[in-house]
Design a protein around this ligand. Structure first.
Ligand SMILES: NC(=O)c1ccc[n+]([C@@H]2O[C@H](COP(=O)([O-])OP(=O)(O)OC[C@H]3O[C@@H](n4cnc5c(N)ncnc54)[C@H](O)[C@@H]3O)[C@@H](O)[C@H]2O)c1
Length: 452
């Protein structure tokens, strides 16, 4: 342990990061920036090439500049050879995807594949840290078993093994990794201390060393499930507010002035790589233990179905304009899964778009963060500007509150649309009074028919 600790202190430890995606690449960059020699490993040869060309394959702030600096200085290089990377480096950090299959069961095949390859090259006294989000018991269970089986060595006595979840969100990954306290669990004390020292070198906040690997794995899932349940709750309250004539946004802001209230914003549902997926990692474990996590199941169901409410709002708004959903033109603004990021994985905007199309609506899609070619590649009828997208539209549906939409003046687009026209704001972008003053029919999640 002393040898590894010393190598962490003097930055001579060589680090391999397996999986160079939204989380892995920023992590590799942070270690390289700190002064370590880092080998990034990815099975995608295109990703490897782009990085070795000193460019970033992901649109994540500051990562581009970090790659340029560190590839040019020789501190960061990429390869597709996992086994060799495991042989050449003393620390191997695994940040590959974890997903669910069509039956919503965890799919850990990328972690399994990585572990088998790592084991083939693993050296005595190495440290392996898993950072992918995963169900409790996985690191101690199949991860350890696969590493031991393919290396012929034992965790604890021959190599160290730790788990540390990444607490970060696309669009601000570097900042989040550096500034949030970091959770670390170890297979044994040596693993815990070495991993904590290493991760502490890129994190400015404190390292929280927890009792065991299972606890560390659970914490990440609890955080995401908390958000999922909270969002499901506000989505239901928001629908009720529309009927009661209560403005949910106003009620939420006022409620949150009480320190124990943390109501989130209602939305068309929950997208992204984590929140719609991670609950199933815990649900599987709960099922194995004979525990029925009813609230977790219910939150998933509510959030997965929330998109139908946005369709209902569009339909109602069009009816108020004297129009039918079928054969209407709807301009859908925003394809990202969250405001102000260029990330579409599991975005509910796609679900809404497809469902409206199936109902005979002609969709016109714009997102300021995507080119028209990118929108088309994502399967949308994409437009290059907001003006083109709203031209002759009967209704604007804002799915996500990008900052660019907040500066949009309804007066500037009103005359381009087929009047009477509607705006359905699910991104909390517009002041309903301003929208109605321009003659639009207004609907918004949690706001319904806007009556002052
Ligand atoms: N994206 C997020 O917001 C976020 C936040 C926190 C935690 N996480 C977790 O981090 C992990 C990684 O997520 P991500 O968003 O970075 O994924 P990603 O899909 O952006 O990137 C994963 C990368 O790993 C590569 N890869 C896949 N299998 C591999 C293998 N066997 N060996 C080597 N490379 C392999 C892929 O080619 C890809 O480049 C997941 O467990 C995820 O749940 C993600």
């Amino acid at each position: 342990m002393a040898a590894l600790q010393e190598k962490i202190n003097d930055k001579s430890m060589r680090i391999a990061v397996i999986g160079l995606g939204w989380m892995g690449l920023p992590t590799a960059c942070l270690f390289a920036e700190t002064g370590f020699k880092v080998t990034g490993v990815d099975i995608d040869l295109k990703v490897v090439k782009v990085i070795n060309d000193a460019k970033s394959p992901i649109p994540e702030p500051t990562v581009d500049a970090m790659i340029r600096r560190n590839v040019e200085s020789g501190r960061l290089k990429a390869t597709s050879n996992i086994k060799q990377a495991a042989t050449d480096n003393e620390t191997i950090i695994i940040i590959v995807p974890t997903a669910i299959d069509e039956n919503r069961k965890p799919d850990y095949s990328a972690v399994e594949r990585a572990c088998r390859e790592i084991g083939k090259g693993l050296q005595v006294d190495s440290l392996v840290v898993l950072e992918s989000t995963i169900g409790p018991g996985s690191t101690e269970g199949f991860v350890r078993e696969l590493l031991e089986l393919s290396s012929g060595m034992n965790a604890g006595s021959d190599f160290s093994l730790a788990y540390s979840p990444i607490r970060a969100t696309a669009g601000r990954v570097i900042k989040d990794i550096q500034s949030y306290p970091r959770i670390v669990g170890g297979f044994d004390q040596r693993s815990l201390e070495t991993a904590s020292a290493l991760i502490g070198s890129i994190v400015k906040e404190k390292i929280i060393k927890v009792k065991n690997l299972r606890t560390a794995e659970s914490i990440k899932l609890f955080e995401n499930i908390y958000r999922d349940v909270n969002i499901a709750l506000v989505n239901e309250l928001a629908i009720l507010c529309e009927r009661l004539g209560v403005d949910f946004d106003e009620a939420m802001q006022a409620a949150n002035t009480q320190p124990y209230s943390h109501l989130h914003s209602p939305s068309i549902g929950v997208g992204g790589h984590c929140i719609p997926v991670n609950p199933y990692f815990l649900l599987e474990k709960a099922e194995e233990q004979g525990v029925d996590l009813r609230m977790v199941h219910l939150a998933r169901k509510i959030n997965d179905n929330m998109y139908t409410h946005s369709i209902r709002l569009v339909s109602e708004a069009l009816r108020a304009c004297g129009k039918k959903l079928r054969r209407s033109n709807v301009a859908l603004l925003g394809v990202s899964f969250r405001a102000n990021v260029k990330e579409t994985r599991l975005s509910m905007a796609k679900t809404v778009n497809n469902a409206l199309q199936r109902k005979g609506v002609s969709m016109r899609v714009y997102d300021p963060r995507f080119t028209v070619e990118e929108l088309k590649a994502l399967g949308y009828n994409g437009f290059s500007s907001i003006e083109r997208a709203v031209e002759n539209a009967d209704c604007i549906l804002i799915t996500v509150g990008h900052d660019e939409f907040k500066t949009l003046a309804p007066s500037k687009i009103a005359f381009m649309m087929r009047r009477p026209a509607a705006i359905v704001d699910c991104g909390h972008v517009f002041d309903p009074n301003t929208v109605e003053k321009e003659g639009f029919i207004y609907r918004g999640i949690g706001r319904g028919t806007w009556t002052k």
